[in-house]
Write a protein that binds this ligand. Sequence first.
Ligand code: DGJ
Length: 748
Amino acid sequence: MRKLLILTIAIVLPSLLCITPLDAKKPPRKKAYVHTVVEIPAVEPQVIAVQTANSSLVMQVDGKGVLRMCHYGALVQDPSQFLSYSDGYICDNDPGPLAYPSAGGMFTWRPALEVRYADGSCNTELYFTGCEVSGRKTVVHLKDYVTALTVDLVYEAFADEDVIVSHTEIYNGSKQAVTLTGFASSYMVLNAREYLLTHFHGWWAGEMQVDREMLGHDTKVLESRRGVQNTQINNPSFLVSLNTREWSETSGEVVAGALAWSGNWQIALEQPQTGLLNISAGMHPASSAYPLKAGESFITPDMIYTWSGNGAGQASRNLHRYARRHRLYGGSKVNPTLLNSWEGAYFSFKTKTLTDMIDDAADMGLEMFVLDDGWFGSDYPRNGDAAGLGDWEPNLKKIPEGIDYVASYAHSKGLKFGIWIEPEMANPESNLAKQHPEWLVQSPGRENYTRRNQWILDLSNPAVQDFVFGVFDNTMKLSPSIDYIKWDCNRLVMNFGSSYLGEEQERFYIDYIQGLYKVMRRIRERYPDVIVQCCSAGGARVDYGALQWFDEIWASDNSDAICRNYIQYGTSLIYPACIMGAHVSTVPNHQTGNITPLKFRFDVACSGRLGMELQPKTLSPDDRALADRCIRSYKSWRDLVFEGDLYRLASPYDGTHYALMYVSEDKSRAVVFAYCLKYITGLTASPVFKLDGLDPARRYRVTEQNVDASCWWGDGQVFSGEFLAAGGFNPRLNRPLTSAVFYLEAER
Ligand code: DGJ
């Protein structure tokens, strides 16, 4: 009571006596601060659904214009039932599962969009203003009423493939410039009891290694910050198996996603306390705060999603079909078998070395010869990796007759001809680097570190884009007989900096890749039919953005057939076999020292686009005969590899064998590959592979390829699809590094 009295006197008395504290001079009178809130127009509640044959992506708009994601999963024929759907979490500190959350408003998780405005404020709240549907495209319009920034969410439904592709278009409708500090291509909300994430890690010569983990209540970020070589240590893609702790090829719900972008990327999988899984995927915002002037738009790359109710196998097949039909530059076009000069000759060759290789390639039945690195540079000859990059004139000391002579020689032998370039790079020891230091990616005052003795050119600069286009164009002009270009990219970005971008350095990472795509667009306009391989020290640029322009990828510099099982298995989870260059090389393998049988090496390479990369003269007559035989049989059924549906039968990670098969769309033909990788007693003794994707009612003749004595008791006989799926197929592959290829054809 006494305390209360003292407190009251202390507060009330000074004001009664009008005592002003000595140090608090009254400020001049100001107008009262009035906080006005911009009114958000009410909208008609509605449901927006993006439907494919077997899946639905359903969003809901409430009366205030808040857009939420209610469902991505099994098809709901009548999605209007989601009109009043509630996940039970919406309250005054949780806006519920927003379809494209921005930083601001009630949203305090990881947003899809972050914007810094001219006055320094960073809040954006997006409200629905309309939706348009035309053909397979649905565009949802959102607006921030305070700043007039608008966002269009664009969804494309590929019904037959159960794929939904989304991107976002951000438009600065205000009168002042803004800065985008976060710009996801898409945002996805999944709802399950638990989530098993499958993603990829790797390194040079070990790309697309599979990692699996249960997601916890935190954020798992997959990312690349290397500028280019965006897929060497991970890949902008993943699969999430729902309500399970076990990977299954054939059962359960799986959502798979892949970002079509060849630069820095970020995929964040965030499981907040609600148990939902928020996935935001897009270009990486790190060091890439992007300026957007009044009236300008920013268009994100595509994020590709598929849902499967039948396990991971179906998810991969959906992506593969979508890629072949709608995404890949070359579709499922069959690319030629080839001999590449790299591991057989490296930098040491002269004309005769090449014409001999061409003779041997033709003799073995291969269809193309590719002259790899080392053919160019005169002042700084490319006789190793320390000089010549950037100077793309042929080295006439090595090939005095010129490139056209070698290319025409290949044509005269019935082979196509391909040639290697690495146009984004320059060695310090080159005329290019000395004449155009302003074209190099470098940061003033800082060391320009080399990697593989080379620097990288600044493709954000249009002059450099012209130069890079010119490298391709001029190379094509070396001979009318050039059919194929291998485009390499052997380093990443460090100490980034562009003399062209001036004070807008943070545009660099995005503008570089957009510059690359601009160059590729020009190339494709002029050379629509030339086959272009995307190589980046192996598989360091394997993404669906690059694959819009390139015909195939070099999956890895690791040509060891044992390692290739893992690399090719990982690649197959997201990318179709038709793009995957796979070569037979010599033993001991140059990357690992492993010695594997030639038959094993062929059987592994034949599950992709077959090639050879060795000096054919080192093959014994028996090996040559086997090579002829394998190449001949491959050519007779390779359409299945390029166009068929993939079924993985055994994972190299799970036990002793890796096995897979491709089945024609009409299920009349198939090819099965099986490899024994290690010996673990009884497990290895008699593997059973349950063939998948066949018609149970049809009868198939099963014939082992490339052997005189088969490893299966049923070779050459006819069996029902039902029998083969039930476990009747048990080839005796019980020794490590034994392998088999079986061709199946249905009886008419
Ligand atoms: C790296 C590639 O991955 C190899 O296949 C080969 O082309 C070398 N570069 C050439 O320098």
